[in-house]
Ligand binder design. Sequence first.
Ligand SMILES: [Zn+2]
Length: 256
Amino acid sequence: MVLISREGSARILGVNLGAVTEDVWKESPALRERVGREWTKEHYRNHRRERTNRFINELIKILDQLMFAGGYGHLILAGSPRVTSQIRKALPKHLAAKVVDIVPASEYDRTKDVVAATLLSFIEQEERESLAVVDRLLKEVNTNGLAVAGTRASFESLKRGQVDVLVLGKAYEPDLGWACGACEAMEVGRPAPNTCSQCGARRIGEFNVKEELVRMAEQMESGVEVVNHSDALMRLGGVGCLLRFLGPEQYGAKAA
Ligand SMILES: [Zn+2]
């Protein structure tokens, strides 16, 4: 949600970004137009000039209801620095926690431009969050902490329900995995055998590993973080997991 407050008006816009990424955003002016036109919905407008406490409290109450009803996870405050700082101070804790950025905008900026600026800032924020998750992953992996890296280890951890966040590089393209149609054995990171290594059946099918990892994560209600550009993540194999608890083989490694 974007709250634009200027000396002459206050407006609340809901923006549904879907899977817009920084790349698409920067490379496609046509898309930026569409974001401004189609994906933005104005929910509230008030042209009162005075910015009394009562006015601000009413604004926040409406904002709170709209964010809750629409399931919005992020809030950007835009507009005159004086008014936005007043609003920010008055926000209750649960809303303040959702503020991802404050974008200064003058009275004379067109709303479309203000929305474009706030969205760019939102997308950059998402990129920063993604890279912060990669940093955490690297740190945990390098200290044998609560994380695993690579296709096989990630798959096994997901199967055991250990995963807090699945971290995938956008460029991650693992080989197909295989599954047995008779005993439901599944294997990743190895070529498909002619007969199932578990039960000997010949009913071997292949599956897209990246999609399966995401599906498993969603089923377990783990977080999924797709990272646009990270060489460090790609060096780890393009995939890794932050874990909620250690797996059996990791206990072993700790004890040794
Ligand atoms: Zn089998």
